[in-house]
Write a new protein. Structure first.
Length: 192
C-alpha cells in the first residue's frame, strides 16, 4: 500500500511536466537571427507558467473570501391625487354646508409617511398634506424653499421609524428642489 501511495505521488508530480508544451525546433536560417544578447532559443520551459510545485502550493492555500454588504433604500413617492379621484372623494362626503373658515392648531413634529394620501401647495408657501384619517396638515417649509416646486409631489427617503419629521427629513420635489419641513400644524374647520 505504501508503494502505491509513493508511486501515485510521483505520477502526480510528473503530470504537469508532461502537460507543458514541447520545445519547438528552430530552422537553421532562424538560428542566426536569434543569437543576439537579448534573445535566446526556446528551451521547452515557459517562464511565465508556474512550476509544478507552485501549482501544488497554490492548491494547498485556503480560498480567499470577500465580504459583501447589501444596503437598501426605500424611497416613498407622494403625489397629488388626480382630479377625477378628488371629485369622487368629494362626492362620497355627506351633504352639509361647507365650513367657511379653518383654524390652525398645533401638531406634533412628526407624521407617519404611510398616512399621507396627497399634497397641495398653497399661495402662502406651505404644503397641505391630506391624510388617510381625513385630516389636513399644513407644513411650513424652510425660508429658502418654494412650495410651488412641489406641484407634482415629492420623494422622501423612508427612515427607520417610518415618520416624516420636522428639521430631519428632506423632501425632494420631482422638479429638483429639496427642502426640510420647518413646522406642522393641523387645520380644523370652524363653523360660523
Amino acid at each position: 500500500m505504501k508503494r502505491f501511495v509513493a508511486l501515485s505521488l510521483i505520477l502526480a508530480l510528473l503530470v504537469p511536466l508532461f502537460a507543458m508544451p514541447l520545445p519547438t525546433r528552430v530552422a537553421a536560417q532562424d538560428a542566426g537571427r536569434l543569437t543576439g544578447p537579448q534573445s535566446s532559443l526556446p528551451l521547452g520551459f515557459d517562464e511565465t507558467r508556474p512550476s509544478p510545485f507552485e501549482l501544488l502550493e497554490q492548491a494547498r492555500r485556503p480560498a480567499e473570501q470577500n465580504q459583501v454588504r447589501i444596503e437598501s433604500r426605500v424611497i416613498v413617492r407622494v403625489s397629488p391625487a388626480p382630479p377625477r379621484a378628488r371629485t369622487q372623494m368629494l362626492a362620497d362626503l355627506p351633504r352639509r354646508p361647507m365650513p367657511r373658515s379653518f383654524e390652525e392648531v398645533e401638531h406634533g413634529d412628526c407624521i407617519d409617511v404611510n398616512d399621507i394620501v396627497g399634497i397641495q401647495p398653497t399661495n402662502d408657501n406651505r404644503l397641505l398634506f391630506f391624510t388617510q384619517n381625513r385630516q389636513v396638515l399644513a407644513a411650513t417649509l424652510g425660508d429658502s424653499c418654494v412650495a410651488r416646486a412641489f406641484y407634482a409631489g415629492f420623494y422622501v427617503e423612508r427612515s427607520e421609524d417610518g415618520q416624516l419629521c420636522v428639521n430631519r427629513d428632506l423632501l425632494q420635489s420631482r422638479a429638483g428642489a429639496s427642502c426640510e419641513v420647518a413646522q406642522f400644524s393641523r387645520l380644523v374647520a370652524v363653523g360660523q
